[in-house]
Design a protein around this ligand. Structure first.
Ligand code: PLP
Length: 227
């Protein structure tokens, strides 16, 4: 199937998962994860109506920024080294993967130099696997309180990557846990911290994530094929 056909199918599945869960499908945004894919694939998806794209690597993203015209909304979803933040400052609309204060400080500093504010999500390692990045569930609250004091970032919600499962039902408890955590954080009413976004769900499990409250799903393989 073509990228356009894959996108149409994913969008139908998003719609029925949302409706099945009694949610407004418009409350779920599809982020097409285009890492390792050429700019021509992004252009094809864009022509089919896809506007939000997610990238994991700074160098790859900056190369694509040169090739791709306006109109694309970029999401940075991968592990981010503080010394690379300057290369993407002002160029991405949401960073999903903020997992430590030093990174948040650098993002605030670099966006501040441009006189802009960066929207971010705090990545939480719900499963506690050592191999996954993300702050611990316990550390999330303090990180959010610290982020709230930085002038040029705005926390919009949380992101997680569950352990890899073939079975979406196995991933579901991690999605439910992230939602629970976001509600607990929202109840703290930390000034300047919003909990309106939940970035969770990938090709193999985005429907379960939507049923558990995802507002952003990050789908790569199911749109662009195997990497
Ligand atoms: C690669 C990646 C995805 C997309 O995964 P697929 O299984 O290809 O849909 C989503 N989120 C993150 C953080 C990724 O690195």
């Amino acid at each position: 199937m073509s990228i356009a056909e894959n996108l149409a199918q994913i969008n139908r599945r998003i719609q029925s998962a949302a409706e099945g869960a009694g949610r407004d499908p418009a409350a779920v945004r599809l982020v097409a994860v285009s890492k390792t894919r050429p700019a021509t694939d992004i252009a094809e998806a864009f022509r089919a109506g896809q506007t939000d794209f997610g990238e994991n690597y700074v160098q790859e993203l900056t190369a694509k920024l040169e090739d791709i015209r306006d109109g694309v909304t970029w999401h940075f979803i991968g592990h981010l080294q503080s010394n690379k933040v300057k290369y993407i400052a002002g160029k991405v609309s949401l960073i999903h993967s903020v997992d430590r204060l030093s990174l948040a400080e650098e993002i605030s500093r670099q966006w501040g130099r441009l006189g802009k504010i960066c929207d971010i999500l705090v990545q939480v390692n719900i499963s506690g696997e050592i191999s996954k990045s993300g702050t611990t569930e316990k550390g999330a609250m303090q990180l959010l309180r610290d982020c709230a004091l930085l002038p040029n970032i705005r926390v919009q919600g949380l992101m997680t990557m569950p352990p890899f499962f073939d079975d979406p039902e196995a991933a579901r408890p991690y999605f439910a846990e992230l939602r629970k955590l976001s509600l607990a954080i929202a109840a703290e009413r930390i000034p300047g911290v919003k909990m309106k976004e939940l970035s969770m769900g990938m090709s193999g499990d985005f429907e379960a994530a939507i049923q558990e409250g995802a507002t952003l799903v990050r789908v790569g393989t199911a749109i662009f094929g195997e990497r």
